[in-house]
Each structure stands twice: as structure tokens, then as C-alpha cells.
Design a protein around this ligand. Structure first.
Ligand SMILES: C[S@@+](CC[C@H](N)C(=O)[O-])C[C@H]1O[C@@H](n2cnc3c(N)ncnc32)[C@H](O)[C@@H]1O
Length: 209
């Protein structure tokens, strides 16, 4: 069940940092560009859903001929995505929507993509279950996410400082995203480490396990 309070808080946090978001992430983005490319290389044309589109950093990678719909909880992040789409002449249907309750019929999309989103969705299993629902059977779900490291000491340290990070930037650093994907009913096809320590992972999955 959706937690309305936690969801409102997540929205407020991203609305608060929308103006400075690209600046905050500028350094990480130098590396993330390669990861984004790697993800989008696996997406063909067709109907694509981008969940948590943010300020639109993935727009440059949208495949030619794809019909992309981007959703986000935060109206201020979306505002920036809209400006980017206009500036860069990207055709994308942008809508304010909660990933935990997608306003699309079952099997609406050929693929769904989320990059660094399920660290901040209040109930990630609910959100991923929605992806499993709105993607056609046999379609693809691609998730690029930072995850909890399972080394005992580092994992516990991540748990310890997580509340501080959430308050600062709205993202949890200790999400078990692979496990959550399975719990959500996604059949995981592959997991690729984008960093040597496995902190950032590219998960390819299909609806139904
Ligand atoms: C760390 S940002 C990532 C933005 C973008 N995907 C990127 O790669 O730069 C996380 C985004 O997820 C959005 N988000 C968080 N919870 C959400 C939810 N329940 N539904 C839709 N979007 C959500 C936030 O508003 C924010 O724009």
C-alpha cells in the first residue's frame, strides 16, 4: 500500500533540490554518461516508459523512432525536464505521476527504464511491480541503480548513514534493488556491475518470474 506521507516527503525533497540537482550530480555524471549509454544501447524503438525522468538526463540517449513517455513525482524536476526537451528538441510526453501507482493500462509499453530512481521511490517493490504490470509480456525493464553493498562492515555503515543522506538528497543508499526486483515479480535476466565494487548495477529484467 502507498504511504502518502512518505510519498509527499519524497516529492517535497526533489522539489526542494530540483534547481541545484544537475550541479550536485555534475561530477558523478562524468561517469554516469557511459552507464546511461550502456543501458540505452539495449533499448530499441517502440513505446518506452521512463520512470523518474528527473531533469531529463537520459533524453540525449532516447532511441530514434521511439515513442517515449517520461513520468516523475516532482513537478519541479519535470519542469526542468520540459525545458531540456524544448531546448534539445526532444519529442517526449512528460507527465506528473507516482511510480507506485502508474496511470497506464497493463502491457502499455515495450520497455521501461529507470536510472537512479528506485533509491528514492518510497516503496520500491510497489514501484517495480507497476513496471512489471505496464510492460508487455516479453518486454524489457532496465534499471540502473546504486545498491547496498553486501560486505558486512560497509553494508552496516551504509545503513547507519542512510537516514542522513535521505534527508539531504532524497535517496536511500542501502536499497537491495536486485532482491526488490524479484519480489516485485520481475524475472531478472542479467546484472552488470558498472563499478568494480558493484555499487552501481545495470539490471535487465522482464515482467513475470
Ligand atoms: C536521483 S533522481 C534521478 C533522475 C534521473 N532518472 C537521472 O538519472 O538523473 C530520482 C528521481 O526519481 C523521482 N521519484 C522519486 N520517487 C518517485 C515516485 N514515487 N514516482 C516517480 N518518480 C519518483 C524523483 O522526483 C527524482 O526526479
Amino acid at each position: 500500500m502507498i504511504d502518502p506521507q512518505a510519498t509527499a516527503l519524497a516529492k517535497a525533497r526533489y522539489n526542494r533540490i530540483a534547481r541545484i540537482f544537475d550541479g550536485l550530480e555534475a561530477l558523478m555524471e562524468l561517469r554516469a554518461k557511459t552507464w546511461r549509454q550502456r543501458l540505452w544501447d539495449q533499448v530499441g524503438p517502440g513505446k518506452i516508459l521512463e520512470v523518474g525522468v528527473g531533469t531529463g538526463k537520459n533524453m540525449a540517449y532516447y532511441p530514434k523512432g521511439a515513442e517515449v513517455c517520461g513520468i516523475d513525482l516532482s513537478d519541479r524536476m519535470l519542469e526542468r525536464a520540459r525545458r531540456r526537451a524544448e531546448r534539445e528538441h526532444i519529442a517526449v510526453d512528460l507527465r506528473e505521476m507516482d511510480a507506485q501507482s502508474l496511470d497506464f493500462p497493463d502491457g502499455s509499453f515495450d520497455a521501461a527504464v529507470a536510472t537512479f530512481v528506485f533509491c528514492s521511490v518510497p516503496d520500491p517493490v510497489l514501484g517495480m511491480a507497476e513496471l512489471a504490470r505496464v510492460v508487455k509480456p516479453g518486454g524489457t525493464v532496465l534499471l540502473l541503480e546504486h545498491v547496498r553493498l553486501e560486505q558486512p562492515l560497509i553494508g552496516r555503515l551504509m545503513d547507519l548513514i542512510d537516514p542522513v543522506i535521505v534527508r539531504m538528497v532524497g535517496a536511500h543508499i542501502n536499497r537491495r534493488t536486485l532482491e526488490n526486483a524479484r519480489l516485485a515479480g520481475l524475472a531478472v535476466e542479467s546484472v552488470e556491475n558498472m563499478t568494480a565494487n558493484g555499487l552501481v548495477r545495470l539490471i535487465r529484467a522482464h515482467p513475470g518470474n
